[in-house]
Write a protein that binds this ligand. Structure first.
Ligand code: PLP
Length: 461
């Protein structure tokens, strides 16, 4: 069959919330510019429509004899196949539905053999950094080649036994792409396995498990335009089949019987069900599958090309503003996704983000992005203080150690990044137009009333 070339995507994909108006502290209101895709991306309209189309047919999965239960079970298992196709899984790989990337990596960390040594760069998101029982942390590399060399040296010097490398595909701080297939080759050459944290990669780039030769991959639905509480762990089944179930309960157990000594004997399921105890999130799985289909149909080459254009606009725009420093491990020309973090001379990042929100209706993120060691590596901080994911920690000389992150994707119109670039320039050159920002004790977005026109969503603040 001749291959179909997808039509170029010149327009953003339709997402929910594109017409939402927000109040400005300076008076009036504006259309919200959602530039925090790396935290949670808006739902694709297509995902929302697919979920709505299924909603009347919602039923229990793997549990009911009724027609809607059967239909829901079928939909859930189809979602697994769609995700396997989207990820380019091998025939014998498993696709397990989880709650998120964090959940997926914790599941895998519980499933690895007891004596498995994990190797993780200190630059990882905390979800990849923290779940492992035995772990060797690797110093932040300053080039992709150095990352591969560092890993090779660490693996060559390790004691015998199973090993697992965990690496991100695209950094949630710098947006930079990591040399995944080279790291996979290095891992395998030294008898180790590798899991790819694709939380930031999958929404922006095709992920091909077989071609990259990674053993597992994890990602989250809410970053992939499918915010219904689901995530995925996909990959090799042997360690997963040999492990105790991640959660004990119904759905994971095939047979349970009382023993004469008063306890119970449990025979656990194999396959994905082993680690999916409890009633599965069929809407979440359906939403992820819908997003995978939507992105595939839009065509990644076109999506990537459009996002590169937006990224260049942001990079060029920020480069023109004095005192703005974009954070990077691998240098300004490193290939990246639409995620950039920066600091501004003389500004606390939380105040800067608050001013973008309050004066321009732009939603970005500030803080340490659940990647404290990476922030210290790129900002040159030496402090061991750890704030929360979004909070600032103390940096050298007591100055706050945090940054502003702007991130965008398939649903972002050009106007949003243009407004952002203009706002950064205006704020740096002209200062804030409201009293809330520079020098105030804390950003005060609460100076605007938070009114959400949905039941249960109206705040009295
Ligand atoms: N890995 C990376 C690279 C991330 O950016 C994030 C979230 O920001 C995670 C893992 C954790 O994802 P989640 O919060 O959906 O579990």
């Amino acid at each position: 069959m001749p291959s179909v070339t997808p039509a170029p995507v010149h327009e953003p994909l339709p997402v929910l919330g594109r017409d939402v108006r927000v109040p400005l502290i300076t008076g009036g209101e504006t259309t919200y510019a959602a530039l925090d895709y790396a935290a949670s991306a808006p739902a694709l309209q297509r995902v929302w429509d697919d979920v709505a189309a299924y909603a009347p047919y919602y039923g229990s999965v793997h549990r009911g004899a009724g027609y809607l239960s059967q239909l829901s079970t079928d939909l859930f298992e189809n979602a697994r196949r769609t995700v396997a196709g989207f990820l380019g899984c091998r025939g014998d790989d498993q696709v397990i539905f989880t709650r998120s990337t964090t959940d997926s990596l914790n599941l895998l960390a519980r499933a690895v053999p007891d004596d498995c040594q994990a190797f993780v760069f200190e630059t990882e998101h905390h979800a990849s950094l923290l779940p492992w029982r035995r772990v060797t942390y690797l110093a932040a590399p300053r080039t992709p080649e150095q990352a591969v060399r560092t890993l090779e040296q660490a693996l060559a010097g390790r004691p015998q036994g199973p090993a697992l490398v965990c690496v991100t595909g695209a950094s949630n701080v710098t947006g930079e792409l990591w040399p995944v297939s080279e790291l996979a080759a290095a891992a395998h050459a030294h008898g180790a396995r590798i899991v790819l944290d694709a939380a930031q990669l999958a929404p922006h780039h095709p992920v091909d498990v077989a071609a990259l030769d990674v053993d597992w991959v994890a990602f989250s639905g809410h970053k992939l335009y499918a915010p219904f509480g689901s995530g995925v762990l996909a990959g090799r089944s042997d360690w997963l089949e040999a492990a105790e179930p991640y959660l004990a309960g119904g759905g994971a157990s095939r047979r349970v019987a009382r023993r004469a000594d008063g306890g119970v004997d449990v025979e656990w399921h194999g396959g994905p069900a082993r680690h999916e105890a409890g009633s599965p999130n069929v809407i979440g799985a359906h939403a992820i599958a819908s997003a995978c289909t939507a992105l595939t149909e839009a065509g990644f080459p076109a999506l990537v090309a459009r996002e590169r254009r937006l990224t260049a606009k942001v990079q060029e725009g920020l480069a023109r503003v004095p005192g703005v420093r974009v954070l990077s491990l691998f240098g300004p020309d490193a290939p990246r996704v639409g995620v950039l973090s920066f600091v501004v001379d003389g500004w606390d990042s939380s105040h800067f983000a608050a001013a973008l929100s309050a004066e321009y209706g732009i939603g970005v993120r500030d803080g340490l992005f659940c990647a404290h060691p990476l922030l210290r590596a790129v900002l040159g901080g030496a402090s061991d203080e750890a704030g929360e994911c979004g909070a600032a920690a103390a940096g050298p000389g007591g100055r706050s150690l945090n940054a502003v992150r702007v991130s965008f994707g398939a649903g972002t119109p050009d106007e949003h990044v243009e407004r952002f670039v203009g706002a950064v320039g205006d704020l740096v050159r002209g200062g804030p137009r409201s009293p809330l920002s520079r020098g105030s004790a804390a950003p005060a977005p609460h100076l605007r009333p938070l009114r959400v026109p949905v039941p249960g969503g109206t705040s009295g603040r």
